[in-house]
Design a binder for this molecule. Structure first.
Ligand code: GLA
Length: 731
C-alpha cells in the first residue's frame, strides 16, 4: 500500500517536473529548459543528448539554472540579452513564461516559449528550430510591443547560452582584406571577450560571426567536446562572452546595437536573426562537419549541387575587357576541361566607361566599344566553346561619376547636410537599400541581365565598400538609427525576389574578397570568394580557418599566376593546384601567359578534380595537422559519407635542411575497409612507393603513410615547394 502511494506520488512529481521541462533535441544534442508558467525561463542543460532516465535527476546534478534570455532592469549587474526603454521611459524589463508550444515543421522540431513582462504588455517569444537530420539548433526571438506607444530596443540579441567554466578555449576567425579567415585560439579568461563588426555592408573581413568553444582544454581537431555557434546575419553583429563571478561563461550573440537602437511601434514584432548552435564530442572537425552538413542541407543555395570548374577574368585581364580577349579566355578554359567562364569587372558604362575603378557602378549597360555584340554575343561565344557564361556585378553600389548618381543622388547613404564619404576609386558610394526604390533598382539590375540573357549560369555579386557615413536620405529623422538594420532587410527582400524568379542561377557572394562569408547571406548564395589574396601559401591558412564553419563547396579557390599578384611570391603550379583543389576549384589567371607544362598540369588537375569533386564538395572534413601549429606543414582530408572514398592533402609550408615532419595519421575512414592509394597531380619521375597499393582504414588511421619531404623531378625543375594529394578508393 505504502509502496503504491509512493509510486503515485513519484509519478505525479515526475509529470510535474516533465511538464516544466522542455526538451529541444536534435539527434545527438539537447537543450533542456525549465519553463514553468509564471516563472523565469531557465536553461537547465546544453550538451550531448540526455538519456530519458536522466531527465528526472539532471537538475539535481547541479545545473545551470541561468535565465535563458536575460533582460535588463531587474538584475542590473548582469549582462543582458535584451534592453528596452518602455513607453513610459522605464528601462526595466522582467519576463516570465506565459505559454510553451512544440511542433514539427518541415521535419524540424520547433519550440516556442512566449514570455510576458510582469508589468507591461510587452512580449518576447523565444524560438528554437532543432533539425532532426543534423546536430544543429537555431534560436531566435520575436519581440512584440503591445504597449500603446513605441518602445525603444537598445539591445536585442538572438540568443544566449551559458557555457560551464573549466578549461574552455575559444576558436574564432579574424583578419583583414587579403588575409581573411585567420584562426585565433585562446583560453577564455575572466572579463568580456567581444567580437563585433561595424562595416555596415560586409561582415567577415576583420572578424567572423561564428565561434567554437572547446570544453576540454586546448582545442583538438578530432577529440574533445565542442560547442559551435554561428550568427546567421549579413550585417553588423556582436558576440560577447562575459566571464564574471559565476561558474558560467555567458555567451550572447545578436545584431550589433551600436548606433542601431530600434523604435518598435505598437503591435510591431521585431524578429532577430538566427543563432545556430551545434555540439560535438569529436573535436573541432566534428563541429565543422555539423556546420557543413547543416549548410549543405538547409542553409545555403544548392548545397547538394556540384559546382562547375571556372575561369574568372579578374587577375587575368583586370579592367581590360574586350570581345577577342574574352573569346580567347573562354577557348583556353574550355580546352583545359573547364565548364564555365566568368567575366569580371570592367564590362559596363556607356557615358562613363569603366576603364578603372573610379566610375560607372550603377550604369549596368554594356560598354559598346569594348563589347559591340553585348552580353548576348559573349553567351553565344561561350556556347561555341561548350561552356557556360557568368558575369560580375556590384549592384548595391554606385560612383559619384555615373549616370545613376546624376539621376538619383538621393539614393546614396550619406549624413544629412554633409558631403558623402567616398570609397574605392575616390568616388564610390553605397546605395540605401532601406529605400524600396533602391530595392527595385537592385532587383532590376539582375532581372534585366537575366531577361536579356536567360542562359547566364553564374553571377559574381560584389560589394566593395563599407557604410562610411551614417545617414539615410530615405528614413525619417526619428528612424535614422534603423539605417543598418533596414539596409539588411532591404538586402534580404531583394535576394528573396531574385531567388523567387531565378532559383537556378549560381550566385557568388564576393565582398572585396571574403567580406561576405557568413550564414546571413548563404541561403541565397551558392558560394563566396574566400579572399582577394590568391597566394597558395596564405590560402592554406585562410581556407583552414574558413573551413571551421563553411564547407568546401562554398569556398571559391582559384589557381592564379606566379609571382602572385598580392604577395608577389613565386609558387610552382603543382602547389598552387594542390591548394586550390581543396576547395571549389577554379582559375584566376591569364591562360595565354602560362607555359605548356603549366597548362598540361592544369588540364590534368581539372580532369582529376572532376573525379574527386563529390568527395571534396559533399564529403566530411577531417583536419589533421594545423598550419597554425608551427610544424611547418599542414594536412587535412575529406571522406565521402559512405567512407568509400577519401582525398588526403599534405602541404609543406617551410623548407629547411634537416626538417622532421610528423607522420600524419588519417581520420574518418572505415577501419575495416581496404583503400587503394593513388596520387593525384603527380609530378615525380617515379611514383610513390605505395602508389596503387591497398591499405586498411585501420592502418591508415593508426599509422598513416610516409610522405616524402620533396619531389623527385629533373634537376632544373627542383624548387623549395612540396605538396601531395592522395586519392583513396575502397576496394
Ligand atoms: C573586388 C573583388 C575582386 C574583383 C574586383 C573587381 O575587389 O573581390 O575579385 O571582382 O572587386 O573590381
Amino acid at each position: 500500500m505504502h509502496k503504491r502511494i509512493f509510486l503515485i506520488a513519484a509519478a505525479a512529481f515526475l509529470s510535474l517536473v516533465m511538464a516544466a521541462q522542455v526538451r529541444v533535441t536534435s539527434p545527438g544534442t539537447e537543450l533542456l529548459l525549465d519553463a514553468q508558467a509564471g516563472k523565469e525561463l531557465k536553461v537547465i542543460y546544453f550538451g550531448a543528448r540526455l538519456a530519458d532516465a536522466d531527465l528526472l535527476s539532471v537538475s539535481a546534478a547541479g545545473t545551470c539554472g541561468c535565465n535563458a534570455y536575460p533582460a535588463y532592469g531587474m538584475q542590473c549587474p548582469s549582462e543582458a540579452a535584451l534592453g528596452v526603454t518602455h513607453s513610459d521611459g522605464s528601462l526595466a524589463t522582467e519576463l516570465l513564461v506565459e505559454t510553451v508550444s512544440q511542433s514539427i515543421e518541415n521535419g524540424a522540431q520547433i519550440t516556442r516559449v512566449r514570455l510576458k513582462d510582469t508589468v507591461y504588455p510587452f512580449y518576447v517569444t523565444i524560438c528554437w528550430r532543432a533539425y532532426q537530420d543534423v546536430d544543429m539548433i537555431e534560436t531566435w526571438t520575436e519581440i512584440e510591443n503591445l504597449e500603446k506607444k513605441p518602445v525603444t530596443l537598445t539591445r536585442f540579441d538572438s540568443g544566449f547560452l551559458p557555457v560551464r567554466r573549466g578549461e574552455v578555449w575559444l576558436s574564432h576567425l579574424t583578419g583583414t582584406w587579403a588575409n581573411e579567415g585567420r584562426l585565433v585560439q585562446e583560453p577564455l579568461n575572466a572579463g568580456v571577450k567581444l567580437i563585433k563588426n561595424k562595416d555596415g555592408v560586409r561582415n567577415s573581413h576583420t572578424s567572423h560571426a561564428e565561434v567554437m568553444f572547446s570544453l576540454d582544454g586546448k582545442p583538438q581537431e578530432n577529440t574533445g567536446r565542442v560547442i559551435g555557434a554561428a550568427l546567421c546575419y549579413s550585417g553588423n553583429y556582436e558576440l560577447r562572452i562575459d566571464t564574471g563571478d559565476t561558474d558560467w561563461h555567458q555567451f550572447f550573440a545578436g545584431i550589433n546595437p551600436d548606433n542601431s537602437s530600434y523604435t518598435l511601434a505598437p503591435k510591431e514584432v521585431f524578429r532577430t536573426p538566427e543563432l545556430a548552435l551545434t555540439w560535438s564530442d569529436e573535436g573541432l572537425s566534428g563541429a565543422s562537419r555539423n556546420f557543413h552538413k547543416w549548410a549543405r542541407s538547409h542553409k545555403m543555395a544548392h548545397g547538394d549541387r556540384l559546382r562547375k570548374i571556372l575561369l574568372n577574368s579578374w587577375e587575368g585581364v583586370y579592367f581590360d575587357i574586350n570581345e577577342a580577349g574574352m573569346d580567347q579566355m573562354m577557348s583556353d578554359i574550355a580546352s583545359m576541361g573547364g565548364e564555365l567562364f566568368v567575366m569580371d569587372d570592367g564590362w559596363f558604362g556607356v557615358k562613363y566607361p569603366r576603364i578603372t575603378d573610379n566610375c560607372a557602378l550603377g550604369d549596368w549597360q554594356v560598354d559598346p566599344k569594348k563589347l559591340p555584340a553585348g552580353v548576348p554575343g559573349l553567351v553565344e561565344c561561350a556556347k561555341k566553346h561548350g561552356i557556360k557564361f557568368g558575369i560580375w556585378i556590384e549592384p548595391e553600389m554606385s560612383n559619384t561619376v555615373s549616370e545613376l548618381y546624376e539621376k538619383h543622388p538621393d539614393w546614396v547613404i550619406k549624413a544629412p547636410q554633409r558631403e558623402p564619404v567616398l570609397g574605392r576609386g575616390g568616388t564610390q558610394v553605397v546605395l540605401d537599400l532601406g529605400n524600396p526604390a533602391v530595392q527595385d533598382f537592385v532587383f532590376k539590375v539582375v532581372d534585366d541581365i537575366m531577361t536579356e540573357n536567360p542562359e547566364i549560369d553564374y553571377i559574381k555579386w560584389d560589394a566593395n565598400m563599407a557604410i562610411m557615413n551614417h545617414g539615410s536620405q530615405y528614413l525619417p529623422k526619428d528612424r535614422q538609427s534603423h539605417m543598418y538594420i533596414e539596409y539588411h532587410r532591404g538586402f534580404a527582400k531583394v535576394c528573396d525576389r531574385i531567388r523567387a524568379k531565378y532559383p537556378d542561377v549560381t550566385i557568388q557572394a564576393c565582398a572585396s574578397g571574403g567580406g561576405r562569408a557568413n550564414y546571413g547571406v548563404m541561403p541565397w548564395f551558392d558560394e563566396f570568394w574566400v579572399s582577394d589574396n590568391t597566394d597558395a601559401l596564405q590560402r592554406i591558412y585562410m581556407q583552414w580557418g574558413t573551413s571551421y564553419f563553411f564547407p568546401a563547396i562554398a569556398m571559391a579557390s582559384h589557381i592564379s599566376a606566379a609571382p602572385n599578384h598580392q604577395t608577389f611570391r613565386t609558387i610552382p603550379i603543382k602547389f598552387r593546384i594542390d591548394v586550390a583543389m581543396s576547395g571549389r576549384l577554379g582559375m584566376e589567371i591569364q591562360p595565354k601567359n602560362m607555359t605548356p607544362d603549366e597548362i598540361e598540369l592544369c588540364r590534368n588537375a581539372i580532369r582529376e578534380y572532376k573525379e574527386i569533386r563529390p568527395v571534396v564538395q559533399l564529403g566530411d572534413i577531417y583536419r589533421l595537422v594545423s598550419p597554425y601549429d608551427g610544424l611547418d606543414m599542414a594536412s587535412m582530408m575529406y571522406c565521402s559519407p559512405e567512407k568509400d572514398k577519401a582525398v588526403f592533402y599534405w602541404w609543406k609550408l617551410e623548407t629547411f635542411c634537416d626538417q622532421h615532419f610528423p607522420r600524419v595519421r588519417m581520420a574518418g575512414l572505415d577501419t575495416d575497409k581496404l583503400y587503394r592509394v593513388h596520387e593525384l597531380n603527380r609530378i615525380d619521375n617515379v611514383p610513390l612507393p605505395y602508389e596503387g597499393k591497398v591499405f586498411s582504414g585501420k592502418f591508415l588511421m593508426d599509422s598513416g603513410l610516409e610522405i616524402p619531404y620533396g619531389h623527385t623531378v629533373d634537376y632544373h625543375k627542383q624548387n623549395d615547394w612540396s605538396s601531395r594529394v592522395l586519392y583513396l578508393a575502397a576496394e
